[in-house]
Design a protein around this ligand. Structure first.
Ligand SMILES: *Cc1c(COP(=O)(O)O)cnc(C)c1O
Length: 411
């Protein structure tokens, strides 16, 4: 017997985690108001070309191969990491959950058949060197320089902002070391694009970048993971090829009107792109560019500081330095209660997160929550949860402190 379930209702929650960010109503409106049109219809193709140009602006790059890969952050990363072929020597810098998964992907791609057969779900090819930096610390330029000088790999990988531990890694140091040792840098920019004020073209040591629809770009309704490749990276894949059709850095670009290294009038079919996704992604880019990259970065820093000071006033210890996310330890008396606290909050529609790998910490994010009202709501709900779990502080005092932070800056 077939069981037909009632229509799926998903409630509105307060998305206050590392991602996804709160989708802007304008993005959802574009999604819902778009008419059905096929993937070669003129306005769909125009939308893709315009999105491509806006993405180059947002990312500060002249890289022609800058476009979106249909899917989530990992899809864009898979496209970028497809540059790596079995046997390639790679140095990966890992300082949290996400760079660990990137490292796993890279080990899979760089594996020989023997490496895969030995441990197919967690291969350990000798040609991939993983440099692990402790959770809560950043990858520094010195660490990168030392490892590249020692190993002289073909590729180096680093996350720009490691969302697992909330740490910003040294992208300047990474790029400089890659340039110096003639290594092609690959960067996971999932959490930094749309939050940080940076331009790809300032980092010539980085050959390819991959980001995500649902973090700083704020276009969750399954849209596009931005990627950007230098001509040097594209030359490598042109000469050597790679083991994917759908996420192929050169072939995928055709549908965005990028062929033979040039923007062309007439795109070529690659896959059935969704008119809804194109319209939503296009709107998300319009929103960020209108806000301004620098203004947005400043707003994140300003509001993150407000949240950070408030959780510190509740006795938590913040160990992150990202501006879209606060990662903290609970006060000593509450250690061990992290997961229970997060579960309680989540059951209540307050979507904060624990860390996904050890040590267990709390993560509270502010993606698209850039107003005093929204931060106040997050602080108030977190304070209630903390008090319900036995924390010892005066909520009125914490809220007054937050109010005075905003009053002071406004003055
Ligand atoms: C979120 C995240 C990812 C994965 O993105 P998905 O959209 O879940 O596929 C990868 N890397 C970093 C640094 C992230 O923050």
């Amino acid at each position: 017997m077939t069981n037909i379930y009632p229509p799926l209702e998903i409630p509105e929650t307060l998305a206050a985690g590392p991602g996804p960010g709160n989708t802007d109503p304008r993005v959802l409106e574009r999604f819902a108001k778009t008419g059905v049109a096929d993937h070669m219809q003129a306005d769909v193709l125009r939308g893709m070309k315009e999105a491509k140009f806006m993405l180059r602006d947002l990312w500060g790059t002249k890289n022609v191969y800058t476009y979106g890969v249909a899917g989530t952050g990992w899809t864009g990363l898979d496209c970028m990491q497809s540059l790596i072929l079995p046997g390639d020597k790679v140095v990966c810098f890992v300082n949290g959950t996400f760079s660990s998964i990137d490292d796993l992907t890279i080990r899979m791609k760089a594996s020989s058949l023997e490496d895969l057969a030995k441990d197919s779900l967690n291969p350990k090819p000798a040609n991939v060197i993983t440099v692990t930096v402790p959770h809560g610390e950043s990858v520094s330029g010195e660490i990168v320089e030392k490892a590249l000088a020692e190993h002289k790999p073909m590729w180096a990988f680093m996350a720009h902002w490691e969302t697992g531990s909330g740490r910003i890694n040294d992208i300047q140091g990474f790029s400089d070391a890659c340039e110096k040792h003639d290594v092609m840098g690959l960067v996971d920019a999932v959490s930094s694009l749309g939050v940080a004020d940076f331009s790809i073209d300032d980092y010539p040591g980085v050959a390819a970048w991959a980001s995500c629809p649902q973090k700083g770009v704020l276009s969750l309704p399954l849209t596009y993971a931005p990627v950007s490749f230098t001509d040097k990276a594209i030359d490598v894949v042109k000469k050597r090829g790679c083991y994917t059709f759908v996420n192929h850095p050169i072939l995928d670009a055709r549908h965005w009107g990028i062929i033979d290294g040039k923007d062309v009038e007439n795109p070529v079919y690659h896959q059935t792109h969704s008119c809804y996704a194109v319209a939503a992604f296009h709107e998300a880019l319009r929103i960020i560019l209108a806000y301004g990259k620098a203004a947005k970065a400043e707003a994140y820093a300003y509001h993150e500081k407000a949240l950070r000071e408030a959780v510190e006033a509740m006795g938590c210890k913040v160990t992150s330095n990202m501006t879209s996310l606060v990662v903290c330890n609970l006060p000593d008396s509450m250690q061990g209660k992290e997961k229970e606290l997060v579960q309680g909050a989540r059951a209540d529609g307050f979507g904060i997160w624990p860390t996904l790998s050890e040590p267990v910490q709390i993560r509270i994010g502010i993606l698209n929550q850039l107003s005093e009202e929204q931060i106040t709501e997050i602080v108030s709900r977190f304070a209630d949860r903390m008090l319900a779990m036995g924390a010892d502080f005066d909520k009125a005092k914490v809220m007054a402190g937050l109010q005075s932070y905003y009053a002071k800056k406004a003055a």
